[in-house]
Design a protein around this ligand. Structure first.
Ligand SMILES: *[C@@H]1O[C@H](CO)[C@@H](O)[C@H](O)[C@H]1NC(C)=O
Ligand SMILES: *[C@@H]1O[C@H](CO)[C@@H](O)[C@H](O)[C@H]1NC(C)=O
Ligand SMILES: *[C@@H]1O[C@H](CO)[C@@H](O)[C@H](O)[C@H]1NC(C)=O
Ligand SMILES: *[C@@H]1O[C@H](CO)[C@@H](O)[C@H](O)[C@H]1NC(C)=O
Length: 488
């Protein structure tokens, strides 16, 4: 499915590397293989290990067929004299441990010692990757956070029974998100095959759950938990297929090992991946609920405001100052009682549930206004209001395979976890938009912004697209004081 793309990510390899050792001392200790210890990613290509492995594969097809453990068993037998080298995740005790030091079989392989050792290390570490990601996909954090009946109503102020439908939509983005977190387990070293394998492993789980009985309890925590558990099973399947010499997602193990992707992989930081995945999944879910309400981001002018277009809420739970520009997270709360005062137009406030993110069951999740705004801004800068699940998948894959970012390290702040519509109001400063001094407003029962023109990027079309994306098409409140049609 995915071409294996050259990794240019050496510079982004995990900071934890094997302890350097004097190769001379090691050589003395372990025989010929010792001189190849302390291997690095580039060594794989430098010494044409891929070509060597391809030719080994062709020559030893019969050996693989004969060994009930397939590739790993055959390679273990050939390289270490260990036909039980299974590298399977099936609860059996025969593992994937390496026994290279002073190994008489390996040390007698002459010019094949080096590539055989590189393959052994890579296979063993790929196995550790799958094991690590599986254990990182623990459901504990998700359960605590989301197995609450009140989940949907915390982040969605339902006037109707919409929330049930919405929760179904929540699922749309979750497969991609889970796979982002999974690929993040390998950080920048994993390469294209590992990413697309993770996408398949996690993404497969969406369809079977599409008809889960949301109506019963809107128990999103339970549903996410199932996705996660099924993902663990998929990672196990992926591992076992690859180790057996079979294809997973149309690629065999050689694609996963290419360019030395796993040759010095230091292992999965389980806690970090768990935290990251939990924040990403919760973030994706909250985003879906926010995207169905009048939740939006405005800003782009100076931090501290005072530029003639009003002022946003000034406490750090409501805005961020990024590269000298202030960005505010808003929710336009509609009035819920009959009123003839100006309160009939509603008011701006913090989005539903945001203040609870630092409390109780959510307190262990790394998610606050800074993540929401960063993630949304980055998505907006890439695709405007059109950032879809497909965009997210393509961008994440691009980041991982080309090494320009390590998505997992961003957690919920990763581009596209949130896609709250953004309006850059900086162009309004020098404009003649009527009542522009009320474009930005602080939160409060008496705060009602007034938008009487092309407030977003000084562009009528962009403003209309923003209004629509923020579910405010046909909403009269922001234009109630405009003398003439503001154009949206
Ligand atoms: C595979 O097994 C068959 C039958 O036991 C045997 O004749 C053959 O030599 C084996 N091939 C290899 C490469 O081990
Ligand atoms: C949000 O989280 C980030 C990263 O964990 C942290 O640096 C920042 O201080 C937090 N901001 C708020 C307002 O809590
Ligand atoms: C948001 O982006 C700013 C600027 O790039 C960065 O300093 C901040 O740490 C980011 N916040 C989070 C939660 O990642
Ligand atoms: C988003 O989609 C709309 C309509 O399909 C299009 O006019 C607009 O140019 C797109 N924006 C971006 C940034 O791709």
């Amino acid at each position: 499915m995915l071409p294996t793309i050259a990794l240019t990510s050496l510079a982004l390899l995990p900071t934890v590397q094997g302890t350097p050792s004097s190769s001379h001392g090691v050589y003395k200790r372990c025989g010929a293989v010792g001189q190849y210890y302390d291997q690095h990613q580039a060594d794989w290509d430098t010494h044409n290990t891929q070509g060597w492995l391809d030719s080994w594969w062709t020559k030893n097809t019969a050996l693989m067929h004969n060994n009930s453990l397939g590739f790993a068993g055959a390679f273990g037998q050939w390289a270490m004299g260990d036909p039980d080298w299974s590298c399977l995740e099936d609860g059996s005790s025969s593992g994937c441990e390496l026994n290279t030091c002073d190994n008489p079989v390996l040390n007698n392989r002459g010019k094949d010692v080096r590539p055989a050792y590189y393959v052994l290390e890579s296979v063993s570490r790929l196995n550790k990757y799958f094991g690590g990601v599986s254990s990182a996909f623990s459901t504990a954090g998700l359960d605590a956070a989301l197995s609450k009946d009140s989940w949907a109503t915390t982040f969605y102020e339902a006037k109707d029974q919409q929330s049930v439908v919405l929760l179904k939509e929540v699922l749309n983005g979750l497969g991609v998100t889970a796979s982002t977190a999974a690929a993040a387990g390998a950080w920048a070293g994993a390469g294209g095959a590992a990413y697309s394998g993770a996408v398949t492993a996690a993404g497969l789980q969406i369809d079977p759950h599409a008809d889960d009985p949301f109506q019963r309890s809107a128990d999103l925590g339970g549903i996410l938990g199932k996705i996660v558990i099924d993902s663990i099973e998929s990672f196990t399947t992926a591992n076992n297929q690859l180790m057996g010499g079979h294809e997973y997602n149309n690629e065999d193990i050689r694609s996963y090992l290419s360019h030395g992707a796993f040759i010095e992989f230091p292992g999965v930081d389980t806690n970090a991946v768990t935290d990251s995945m939990t924040a990403m999944l919760v973030g994706t879910s909250i985003n879906q609920l926010y995207r169905a309400q009048k939740v939006f981001i405005m800003g782009g002018a100076a931090c501290g405001d005072n530029q003639g277009i009003g002022s946003g809420p000034q406490d750090t739970s409501s805005y961020i100052c990024r590269d000298g520009k202030a960005w505010y997270l808003y929710y336009w709360q509609e009035n819920n009682v009959i009123s003839t005062t100006s309160h009939q137009w509603g008011w701006v406030a913090s989005p539903p549930g945001l203040s609870q993110l630092q409390q109780n069951e959510f307190s262990n999740i790394h998610l606050n206004v800074s993540h929401i705004i960063n993630s949304s801004l980055d998505a907006f800068n890439v695709a405007g209001y059109n950032y879809t699940t497909a965009t997210a998948q393509a961008r994440t894959e691009d980041a991982i395979t080309k090494g320009w970012a390590v998505p997992g390290a961003y957690g919920a702040a990763w581009e596209g976890i949130f896609t709250i519509p953004v309006c850059d109001v900086s162009a309004a400063i020098g404009s003649n938009i009527n009542l522009k001094q009320f474009i930005l407003q602080p939160y409060g029962h008496d705060s009602r912004p007034v938008w009487c023109g092309p407030i977003c990027s000084g562009d009528a079309e962009k403003t209309k697209a923003f209004i629509d994306a923020a579910n405010m098409g046909g909403f009269e409140s922001p234009k109630r004081l405009c003398g003439q049609d503001p154009g949206y």
